[in-house]
Design a protein around this ligand. Structure first.
Ligand code: AMP
Length: 391
């Protein structure tokens, strides 16, 4: 894809609008103030912000936060993000009262200054991709940069619409990184290329299975998703989560993917899903039991395939990861991915937690910051925010 990088753009003396993803988790503290519980997303945007400042830009930052449904809501203000960013950058960050309008226009940042606009979703026009709202946002800047990969699958005014109205547009450093690794994984991976897919539902990942099925050498499926496939093979699944209406589709996928597709051969099962519930390992799931994780034989078989890979793409847990000990399969595969030395691209919150729990984050090549966006990318869907940069 042919898009400009921020590194190709002249930023000196320009007002540079950077669409960031500051959709941070917030929690009310004892005093009733909103506090950020993870500043990961703010930290992820620092290289791009710092790059723009170092190259003489006046920086305007914009993001959505939560779902304020088109109205100002103090609990979804970006003010806590401005304070945190100020600490991280070690320079003042001005907070705008809104994201458009005369008060905001009067706050234009000089080179070296940073202005954070208030929550874009205080205006319904953001999600509606309203052209007039997009034009007002665009009028604030000389250069547009999109660094919000996590929102690139949405055609909103700040991610898509306003690009029509800006003189120059490009991708930020984080966006570039995401497109580089995810793009490489789905178009030109070092082989063998192995994808691991897990999580709750086949229905969420049908397009990903179909698209990755064309690219990868092996597709390992775990998590509850696997039971719909086992059912399609005529195997017993007990009371495990099965999407009955997707069994026929699973049959078609089994036929088209053939030996590429690997399913669990043993399972950790319980009578009820509760932390510390008695569990056992079985190869055939009894009628009264629920599958909650992949078993040791599956861990071994999957790990062997992963060990031989040159590229690994991973999205979704192998079991009910948030309820230990049903996290064993997921954590074991996280270690296998790190030990393989393959170029590894991991997406999805649970897989990210698993690599953290396994203590292997630093040995993963790329951990995507965009859950939904990375899944759509892996499904081969053109992301509107990226397509707009190409225009
Ligand atoms: P997803 O958002 O589709 O990646 O799914 C993640 C969710 O799948 C997690 O909350 C897991 O608890 C759930 N999950 C994984 N394996 C199972 C399973 N065997 N039974 C029920 N839920 C599962």
């Amino acid at each position: 894809m042919a898009y400009s990088s921020i590194r190709d753009l002249d930023l000196k003396g320009k007002r540079v609008f950077i669409r960031v993803d500051f959709n941070v988790p917030l929690q009310k503290n004892d005093k009733g103030d909103m506090e950020i519980t993870s500043d990961k997303r703010i930290k992820a945007s620092l290289p791009t912000i710092q790059y723009a400042l170092d190259h003489g830009a006046g920086v305007i930052l914009a993001s959505h936060l939560g779902r304020p449904k088109g109205k100002p809501n103090p609990e979804m203000s970006l003010k806590p993000a401005a304070e945190r960013l100020q600490q991280l950058l070690g320079r003042p960050v001005k907070m705008a009262p809104d994201c458009i309008g005369p008060d905001v226009e009067a706050m234009q940042p000089a080179p070296g200054e940073v202005l954070l606009l208030e929550n874009l979703r205080y205006h319904l026009e953001e999600e509606k991709n309203d052209p007039e709202f997009a034009r007002k946002l665009a009028s604030l800047c000389d250069v547009y940069v999109n660094d919000a990969f996590g929102s690139a699958h949405r055609a909103h005014a700040s991610t898509e619409g306003m690009i029509r109205f800006v003189p120059v547009a490009g991708a930020g450093l984080l966006m570039e990184q995401e497109l580089k690794y995810l793009g490489m994984a789905v178009t030109n991976p070092a082989r063998p290329c192995v994808a691991i897919l897990g999580g709750a539902k086949v229905s969420d990942k049908i397009e990903v299975i179909q698209n990755l099925g064309k690219v990868v050498d092996k597709l390992l499926i775990g998590g509850a998703m696997a039971y719909t496939f086992l059912k399609a093979q005529g195997k017993p699944t007990g009371k495990s989560l099965v999407e009955e209406d997707k069994v026929d589709l699973a049959k078609n996928l089994l036929a088209s993917l053939g030996a590429k597709l690997m399913l669990p051969s043993d399972h950790v099962v319980v009578s009820e899903i509760a932390p510390g519930a008695a569990n056992e390992v079985v190869e055939t799931i009894p009628e009264s039991k629920i599958g909650v994780d992949i078993g040791p034989k599956t861990i071994e078989a999957f790990s062997k395939v992963i060990a031989g890979a040159k590229t690994v793409i991973w999205n979704g847990p192998m079991g009910i990861f948030e309820k230990p000990p049903f996290d064993k399969g997921t954590v074991a595969l996280a270690k296998a991915v790190a030990d393989s030395g393959a170029t590894s691209v991991v997406g999805g919150g649970d897989s990210e937690k698993a690599i953290k729990a396994a203590g292997v984050t630093s040995r993963i090549t790329h951990v995507s910051t965009g859950g939904g966006a990375s899944l759509e990318f892996l499904a081969g869907i053109q992301l509107p925010g990226v397509a707009a940069l190409n225009r």
